[in-house]
Design a binder for this molecule. Structure first.
Ligand SMILES: [Zn+2]
Length: 429
């Protein structure tokens, strides 16, 4: 969001309520405007907090909404044709829309993801075969309450590629309620007919979605009589080349910030579980319909969306750089290491014993460096909210400079040859 007042408020049209009976959640209003470029339109929003835009013949550039003193940019969605999902800073009665380059019939779909009644978190526990890794998945029967239910028969394929996405929507507080609110808007946007500003899909695009609070939500769900599992349902997330691919969406925008530590932990666990369940060798590559070069075995089994056929920045520049590109002189992609190390307790040690063995001192520190009394390859510094303060860097010595860190609590993420991934909390005074 940037502070900006439109200079081209040349045309101020007012579009009224379309008359259909809308509930307070899901779609609260749909309207279509014949839009001219570089014009402004005042549109009734019916207390919506998000807007889906759809225009079959438009280029969506330089368009934005004006809300008070703020502008909210319209960014075309890489996961759908000529569509965009925009989150408003709060519920709005009316909004001003500046059309940018758009010319043609534009459908606007005003939505509200906040449930009318609180939805308690209720998940199903999944476990890896060895029992080491367990996590909860919240099914659609819980998170979709009060919204229109999909009415289609899911199709299946053998999923042996995992594609990681981000939602590219504004980042919210890392709470269950906020994850739920945004997820419900994604669902509404994906399933609303194209004519009303949605994607017109039969269901939410992804197999799984992960909120900034770490909650894992099941996206597409098999029908009760179907014998295959939901992780093998063909979704809508990889430019119409969705077969053989399980899609996971990190809720939020990871272009300039990293997913929270909790969300990443959930992602690693989910990938680990899936790889074990479907016997996927995450170090191998495969010939896949989404192979951009159409050469054999070119797609890694674990990809960021942009490594597929689509022209997109998904799963976000910073997240992609930090997790999907191998550091110099290191054969593995960081995400591969993290998945390998999650839930692993070194043989013969309990977590408590690990706390004794792997010690970072002095803690708290008043000086400008910390020492670790164990060997490690790289160390990354994360803030309390999971944000990466200092990306993983190679270290030859044992001392870690803290002179650039402000007072506060941090998490040091070590990659160690003896204990795998080790996270230690430190206090800088
Ligand atoms: Zn994507």
């Amino acid at each position: 969001m940037t502070k900006h007042i439109p200079s081209l408020l040349t045309l101020l049209a007012f579009f009224g309520f379309t008359g259909a009976a809308y509930s307070q959640q899901g779609v609260v209003k749909s309207t279509t405007i014949a839009v001219q470029p570089a014009n402004s339109y005042q549109v009734e929003a019916n207390s919506a907090e998000a807007v889906g835009l759809k225009c079959e013949s438009c280029v969506m550039e330089q368009a934005y909404f004006v809300v008070g003193q703020d502008t909210v940019k319209v960014t075309q969605d890489a996961h759908a044709d000529m569509a965009a999902l925009v989150f408003l800073p709060s519920k709005q009665k009316t909004v001003t829309f500046y059309s940018g380059t758009i010319k043609g019939d534009l459908s606007l779909n005003f939505m509200n993801g906040t449930p009318t009644k609180p939805i308690a978190k209720k998940g199903v526990t999944l476990r890896t075969g060895d029992g080491n890794c367990s996590f909860e998945v919240v099914p659609p029967s819980v998170w979709r309450a009060g919204l229109n239910q999909p009415s289609y028969t899911p199709g299946f394929s053998t999923t042996n590629v995992i594609a990681v996405h981000h939602g590219a929507s504004a980042n919210t507080a890392p709470t269950y309620e906020e994850s739920l609110r945004v997820l419900r808007s994604y669902y509404t946007y994906h399933t609303t007919p194209k004519a009303n500003g949605g994607n017109g899909w039969s269901d939410i695009g992804y197999n799984y979605l992960i909120g900034p609070d770490g909650t894992i939500f099941l996206g597409r769900e098999k029908l009760s009589w179907q014998t295959r599992d939901s992780d093998e349902i063909i979704g809508a997330h990889l430019c119409a080349m969705n077969t053989n691919t399980m899609g996971i969406c990190m809720i939020g925008d990871y272009s300039n910030q990293m997913p929270t530590a909790k969300a990443l932990e959930s992602l690693y666990k989910l990938i680990k579980w899936k790889a074990e369940k479907s016997n996927i060798d995450l170090d191998s590559r495969v010939l896949h319909p989404a192979d951009p070069n159409r050469t054999q075995n070119n797609i890694p089994r674990l990809i960021g969306h942009r490594e597929g056929p689509c022209s997109t920045t998904c799963p976000g520049e910073l997240f992609y750089k930090n997790h999907f590109i191998s550091p110099a002189n290191h054969p593995d992609r960081p995400i591969r290491n993290e998945v390998g190390n999650v839930c692993e307790v070194p043989l013969g040690f309990t977590n408590e014993e690990m706390n004794q063995i792997v010690v970072v001192y002095p803690n708290p520190t008043n000086g400008s460096e910390l020492k670790a009394n164990f060997e490690y390859r790289t160390v990354a510094v994360h803030a309390l909210d999971g944000k990466v303060i200092r990306p993983a860097t190679k270290k030859s010595g044992e001392s870690i400079s803290t002179s650039d860190l402000a007072k506060g609590i941090y998490f040091l993420h070590f990659d160690t040859p003896d204990y795998g991934r080790v996270v230690r909390r430190v206090v800088i005074n």
